[in-house]
Design a protein around this ligand. Structure first.
Ligand code: BEZ
Ligand code: FE
Length: 289
């Protein structure tokens, strides 16, 4: 191939595949390299810029470990994670949203009506709803894995002052498909900015904020697992999430409840909530596999 040129190199690349290449891998690589080559031609990418890109990727690799996933964060802030989510979402079910890096496995069981707030003194938030199928039938035995930030904006894995499973819990629904727990409001926070992704955000004049949210993973036999988040409608970053995770159907409202109205039974905090409290009602809809 002595006569490869800037105009033929993409076709030459296509001709290099061996006969046993997996067809899907071939389809993906063909498209990826076509777009990469077009990108270099369109922008007339210089050696210095190409080198900078390589250094960026090397930095992302070096900063990553079992707990820090800089490439996932890169995919998140470029909108790729959310685009893949939306490409595969089923309109009959609750939208999925980014998993993020702060989920940990092995969360302790949280009974229906259980409490995640523990010793925090912030206003009580009661989160509840029904896990159901697309026809509205409640799903018994659905598992709801819950995690959120503490009032200081940190997940337990980021914060030496929190226990490992602080603001993490695993709830299983009964025959009525209902979940319910008490907690405090999650808060808006910034994605990690001390690596190459932080550099990209700053260089692009972008802020690193995510609107506050509760993270849920919902699993039930026979249904597609759902990784999602729910967002309060009063969050200032709702329409400018730096990882593009908000969908219209994932927005809920905190309903103010008067002092003295907290349910007298059915909750770990029953009898212990005197002042006004908040309620967030949100149903989760799973689609069959
Ligand atoms: C999160 O929601 O925990 C998250 C998602 C994407 C990037 C960083 C954090
Ligand atoms: Fe989060």
């Amino acid at each position: 191939m002595r006569h490869v040129t800037k105009d033929t190199i993409t076709d030459v690349f296509m001709g290099y595949f061996g006969p046993d290449t997996d067809p899907r891998l071939k389809e993906i690589l063909k498209s990826l390299v076509t777009h990469l080559h077009d990108f270099a031609r369109e922008t007339r990418l210089t050696h210095a810029e190409w080198q900078k890109g390589i250094e960026f990727l090397e930095w992302a690799g070096n900063i990553s470990d079992a707990e820090r996933h800089e490439f996932v964060l890169l995919s998140d802030v470029l909108g790729l994670s959310s685009l893949v989510d939306m490409l595969h979402s089923n309109p009959q079910g609750t939208s999925s949203s980014v998993l993020g890096p702060f989920h940990i496995t092995g969360a302790p069981p949280l009974p229906i009506g259980g409490d995640l707030r523990k010793d925090f003194s912030e206003q009580v938030l009661l989160a509840e709803g029904t896990i159901r199928d697309a026809d509205g039938t409640p799903i018994e035995g659905a598992e709801l894995d819950i995690w959120q930030t503490a009032p200081n904006g940190l997940y337990s894995s980021q914060d030496p002052d929190q226990d490992t499973y602080s603001f993490h819990g695993l709830q299983t629904t009964g025959p009525d498909g209902r979940y319910a727990f008490t907690t405090v409001k999650p808060v808006s926070y910034t994605v990690p900015g001390d690596g190459p992704v932080g550099d990209i955000l700053r260089a692009s004049g972008r802020h690193p904020w995510r609107p506050s949210h509760l993270h849920y993973i919902v699993k039930a036999p026979g249904f597609r697992p759902l990784v999602t988040e729910i967002f309060p409608d009063d969050d200032p970053y709702l329409d400018e999430d730096t990882v593009f995770g908000v969908r219209a159907d994932l927005v809920m409202t905190y309903e103010e409840q008067p002092a003295g109205s907290f349910p007298a039974e059915g909750f770990e905090l029953s009898g212990k909530v005197d002042g006004p409290w908040l309620k967030a009602a949100f149903d989760l809809v799973l689609v069959r596999e």
